[in-house]
Design a binder for this molecule. Structure first.
Ligand SMILES: NC(=O)C1=CN([C@@H]2O[C@H](COP(=O)(O)OP(=O)(O)OC[C@H]3O[C@@H](n4cnc5c(N)ncnc54)[C@H](OP(=O)(O)O)[C@@H]3O)[C@@H](O)[C@H]2O)C=CC1
Ligand SMILES: O=C1O[C@H](COP(=O)(O)O)[C@@H](O)[C@H](O)[C@H]1O
Length: 593
């Protein structure tokens, strides 16, 4: 009998053909495949997000004997290239984690930089939400690692105080939280000390209790100490019999050169498939839905090209400044902070050709093709801005340079707009306009697709002079208030012939009662499951930097002065001129939006 394990919150299905017989399907909950030895079995594993079937070929002879075990767990990550191959009984035992009585594997998650902002704000809450939803493996341990001195109890206290997440108001939340906190521990250490990581290793081993140990390290630390931490974790605290993976937070360098150097150093200690470069925008529900929208809807599929699409807008805005993060931000600026990663990743997903399958490598292959087809970005196609102080309603909002960690003469852009082009057959000539800014009038992230005008439109007259207002527009609102809506033209009811524009609206909160998980939940679960689709491959990263590095260098060399905009405004006027040059009007400025 062979057993296939899957986390509860994502169901997998299995089908198997035994001794060449008919293929049978198995539900994930009853994922036991009974085989009478000796057997020759071909088993297919199908995850809900991976339509490609992964074949596990159980070789005759060796497997047949091994299948006399009562239960054999086959973790998905053991399926290298879809093939689980082994040559001896011993190897089978090691590879599958089956070793007599201790037939289950464990996962240890170490949050490196546990005392920091991201750990408190996002990582621990996401781990708790996964625990609450029963998504974490049975044997898991969470370790916080940082230099700050803390006891386990103090870490738990810190985590519980900041555990504000979507689960807060749910049933049994505090009970679940107590159970969760009992699985959280703390180890104080330096990021560049192999000894300190060896001590952590000893503690992890204790918790793993002889089971196959799988280890995930989340680097939630400033980028200048990534390399040291990876080196020490990899040399002194890697798993000896399971997998070791490292989630690396952005920024991945600040230009092509520094990014390549970072990748090179990381690869001294880790294989590419151990590195999970996180871009949390890829974990957002509506970004995940992009491919579904295009590839699973016949009505959109034919429209997705230069033939029907006039322009695509990728908009990110925040209604607060760099408060508290000025030190980090001033070294990077909005182009590196948001455009080079979050918006460009969305663009690549939006514009890619149909991948061969939903497999990580197939998707990333398509994304990288888009990035490599992009026209070099010119300085004249970029507008930069920086927010200035403003008083409104008796409140004074600060300038960017009022932040004590920011030099008074800083030229770092807190706003940027850019016009990008993909020089391939599908998108030739279509402007992809990006806009990202801090301290603007609202908080939003959205993709707006503006379609061409209807040729020879019978109803032009009825729209007055503003043809743009008659353009169909598809809006994918990533946040807040996740929604997809399509602006269409319709007749106002009545005896006359007056046209109006209305939204066909899929508003997630109205359509689904289920809460939308936080991006970090999805990405952490993916990393635990070894799903790489939503993580950035090194060639994607190279292509992304190749696009932005020259223009970033030019902005810095020429000391381009950013256009001022008042805190809480709609950003610099230059963004409108840039759009107008390509015959575009920003969709978020429309009164109806
Ligand atoms: N915060 C956010 O919203 C986001 C953060 N990120 C990225 O995630 C990572 C972590 O971010 P965040 O939590 O804000 O970072 P923090 O500045 O809060 O740093 C995290 C921890 O690292 C240690 N640390 C800080 N500075 C240094 C230093 N100079 N040398 C050694 N250790 C240091 C501190 O722990 P101790 O002193 O206890 O060792 C600190 O608690 C960064 O790479 C950041 O760019 C990405 C997206 C959003
Ligand atoms: O990566 C980053 O993202 C946040 C915005 O993330 P969101 O999920 O809250 O939209 C941004 O504030 C930060 O500057 C940037 O580093």
């Amino acid at each position: 009998m062979a057993a296939f394990s899957a986390t509860h919150c994502r169901s997998y299905s299995y089908s198997a053909s035994i001794n060449g017989g008919q293929t049978q399907r198995f539900a994930s909950s009853s994922s036991f495949l009974r085989l009478s030895a000796p057997a020759k079995a071909k088993v297919f594993l199908q995850s809900p997000r991976n339509s490609q079937q992964t074949a596990i070929l159980m070789q005759d002879g060796v497997v047949a004997t091994e299948l006399t075990h009562e239960e054999i767990e086959t973790p998905k990550e053991k399926l290298k290239d879809g093939l689980l191959s082994f040559t001896s009984a011993k190897e089978w035992d090691v590879k599958t984690g089956f070793d007599g009585n201790e037939n289950e594997s464990s996962v240890s998650i170490t949050v490196v930089g546990a005392s920091g902002d991201l750990a408190k704000k996002k990582i621990f809450p996401a781990l708790f939400a996964l625990y609450y939803e029963d998504c974490l493996p049975k044997h898991f341990t969470i370790y916080g690692y940082a230099r700050s001195k803390m006891t386990d109890a103090e870490l738990r206290n810190m985590v519980s105080k900041t555990l504000t997440c979507r689960i807060d108001k749910r049933e049994n939340c505090s009970e679940k939280m107590d159970q969760f906190l009992k699985r959280c521990f703390y180890h104080s250490g330096q990021y560049d000390s192999e000894d300190n990581f060896s001590q952590l290793d000893k503690k992890l081993k204790k918790h793993e209790g002889g089971r196959v140990s799988n280890r995930l390290f989340y680097l939630s630390i400033p980028p200048n100490i990534f390399t040291e931490a990876v080196k020490c974790a990899s040399l002194s605290a890697s798993s000896y019999n399971g997998w070791t993976r490292v989630i690396v937070e952005k920024p991945f360098g600040r230009d092509s050169e520094s990014s390549a150097a970072l990748t090179k150093t990381l690869k001294q200690y880790l294989a590419e498939d151990q590195i999970f470069r996180i871009d949390h925008y890829l974990g957002k529900e509506l970004v995940e839905n992009l491919s579904v929208l295009w590839f699973a809807n016949l009505i959109f599929e034919p429209l997705w090209s230069r033939r029907y699409i006039r322009n695509v807008q990728l908009i990110f805005s925040e209604d607060f400044g760099t408060e508290g993060r000025g030190g980090y931000f001033d070294n990077y600026g909005i182009i590196r902070d948001i455009m080079q990663n979050h918006l460009l990743q969305i663009l690549a997903l939006f514009a890619m050709e149909t991948p061969v399958s939903l497999d990580a490598e197939d998707i990333r292959n398509e994304k990288v093709k888009v990035l490599r087809s992009m026209r070099p970005l010119r300085l004249e196609d970029v507008v930069v801005g920086q927010y200035k102080s403003r008083s409104r309603g008796g409140v004074t909002y600060p300038s960017y340079t009022d932040d004590k960690t920011v030099p008074k003469d800083s030229l770092t852009p807190t706003f940027a707009a850019a016009a990008l082009f993909i020089d391939n057959a599908r998108w030739d000539g279509v402007p992809f306009l990006m806009k990202a800014g801090k301290a603007l009038h609202d908080r939003r992230a959205e993709i707006r697709v503006q379609f061409r005008h209807v040729p020879g439109n019978l109803y032009n007259r009825n729209f007055g002079t503003d043809l743009d207002r008659a353009t169909n527009e598809l809006v994918i609102r990533v946040q807040p208030g996740e929604a997809i809506f399509l602006k269409i033209n319709n007749k106002v009811p009545g005896l006359g012939m007056r046209l109006d524009r209305s939204n066909l609206n899929l508003h997630y909160a109205a359509r689904y009662s289920k809460e939308i998980p936080d991006a970090y939940e999805r990405l952490l679960l993916d990393a635990i499951e070894g799903e790489r689709r939503l993580f950035i491959r090194s060639d994607e990263l190279d292509a992304a930097w190749a696009l932005f590095t020259p223009v970033l260098a030019e902005l810095e060399e020429k000391k381009i002065i950013p256009e001022s905009y008042p805190y809480g405004s709609r950003g610099p006027v230059g963004a409108h001129y840039l759009a107008a040059r390509y015959n575009v009007r920003w969709g978020d400025l429309d009164i109806e939006q």
